[in-house]
Design a protein around this ligand. Structure first.
Ligand SMILES: Cc1cc2nc3c(=O)[nH]c(=O)nc-3n(C[C@H](O)[C@H](O)[C@H](O)COP(=O)(O)OP(=O)(O)OC[C@H]3O[C@@H](n4cnc5c(N)ncnc54)[C@H](O)[C@@H]3O)c2cc1C
Length: 380
């Protein structure tokens, strides 16, 4: 019988897991290495499937109030001439990451969240998992959920063969307060030009969230004193609006785009299950990584409730339900990113044609598949 679940990691996935266990009436303790629950200064897109789960756990009203609905997705060229506009038919929101984490955190009792606890390693005994912290303390439970992100120390310990795959693309994110023309309200804009991309979307009443992507090798670091000028130069031939967003940005966050590849793998080992980026990190081209982590959390908590006396069954049911969609996201997002930055002029040409002429039905189908939660009905 499962008495308590230990969750490792207090990012969006771990916090969603805590909320979903609470929903199922399952006791938990969450351990996070940082001294407080928060996230970087950037926006995040939540699609309908994730919003539906946020509604089930009772936080959707707060999320709706804090974020901004996205009603249209547009692809434009560097001069902001429209290539394609698609209505976003299923609810989708852009919200500040830190606010989302705050909302998820304030919905669970603070006594169940242990901060400043970095997990060093994990020991599996017969039926009991002992979690060892960097401060030399430990905690035990017969069920552990690992949500410690793409660089997961626990995954490296248990599944050392899973390697990070770099896309050789660098992404910068930031928040800017400028007045955009009313046309941009509720519009997500993605500008594609010459192997560079610039994206922006209104995030709340004050901020525009922007992202800039270009080719580059992983492992680099920005000099914060000059990054604004560097990006300004790199995107110099883009519309003045893009340059305004860069020039007035409050911050610049740099990441190497990466995932964990699409090879089949186990999502659990003994009494330990993995969720989110720790087991199926994706590149962000579909804005789905955190949404998929939230879906993992909901499905795993429901499986733990249904098979409370049979952990192997709970874990195998969870993976069987989730992996097809998670892998679809990983593979589609990877391909999209590779096409967007291809050096091959013929492929560039084909890709542009695709955006102009692919039928709406194709995009609608993808939106439906990504937002499908009907698999959760199979749990009960
Ligand atoms: C540029 C960019 C844009 C993105 N945009 C979107 C988007 O629009 N929509 C979307 O859905 N997704 C998006 N994503 C993906 C999303 O950010 C991730 O998929 C999501 O944050 C993963 O959540 P997680 O909880 O699995 O991992 P993480 O967010 O990485 O959280 C892991 C947590 O575990 C903690 N931790 C790590 N190691 C330890 C340890 N040893 N002990 C204790 N705690 C530990 C960390 O401190 C952290 O709090 C984007 C990603 C990037 C890079």
């Amino acid at each position: 019988m499962m008495e308590k679940v230990i969750i490792i990691g207090g990012g969006i996935g771990g916090l969603a897991m805590a909320n979903c266990l609470q929903l199922q009436g399952i006791d938990f303790e969450l351990y996070e290495q940082a001294p407080r629950l928060t996230e970087v200064g950037a926006g995040i897109g939540m699609s309908k499937s994730a919003l539906d789960i946020l509604e089930k756990i009772g936080v959707s009203e707060k999320v709706h109030r804090a974020g901004s609905f996205i009603k249209y997705a547009c692809v434009k060229d560097r001069n902001l001439s429209l290539i394609r506009e698609l209505p976003v038919e299923l609810d989708s929101i852009c919200i500040h990451r830190a606010r989302l984490v705050e909302i998820l955190g304030e919905n669970i009792p603070s006594a169940k969240v242990k901060l400043g606890k970095r997990i060093k390693s994990i020991d599996q005994g017969s039926g009991v998992v002992k979690v060892l912290f960097a401060d030399e303390t430990s905690a035990s439970a017969n069920c552990v959920v690992v949500a410690d992100g793409i660089n997961s120390a626990i995954r490296n310990q248990i599944f050392p063969d899973i390697k990070i795959r770099y896309a050789d693309q660098i992404i910068w994110r930031g928040l800017t307060k400028i007045n955009l023309p009313a046309y941009y309200d509720n519009r997500f804009v993605e500008i594609w030009d010459n192997r560079k991309r610039f994206l922006f979307v209104p995030m709340d009443k004050e901020h525009i969230f922007w992202l800039a992507v270009q080719k580059g090798k992983p492992g680099g670091k920005d000099d914060l004193a000059i990054i604004k000028n560097d990006l300004f130069r790199d995107f110099a031939d883009f519309s003045p609006l893009v340059k305004d967003l860069i020039k007035n940005s409050e911050n610049f966050i740099r990441n190497d785009l990466a995932d964990l590849g699409g090879q089949p793998r186990k999502w659990s080992s003994g009494n330990i299950a993995f969720i989110g980026d720790a087991i199926h990190a994706t590149t962000p081209n579909l804005a789905q990584g955190a949404c998929q982590a939230i879906e993992d959390a909901y499905a795993l908590a429901a499986c733990l409730k249904k098979h409370a006396h049979d952990l192997p069954k709970a874990f195998s049911t969870y993976q069987a339900l989730r992996q097809e969609k998670a892998m679809l996201v990983v593979n589609t997002s990877w391909r999209l990113g590779q096409m967007a930055h291809t050096a091959n002029p013929f492929l560039q040409y084909l890709f542009k044609k695709f955006w102009r002429f692919a039928p709406d039905s194709l995009f609608k189908k993808q939106e439906k598949v990504i937002n499908d939660l009907s698999y959760t009905e199979k749990i009960n």
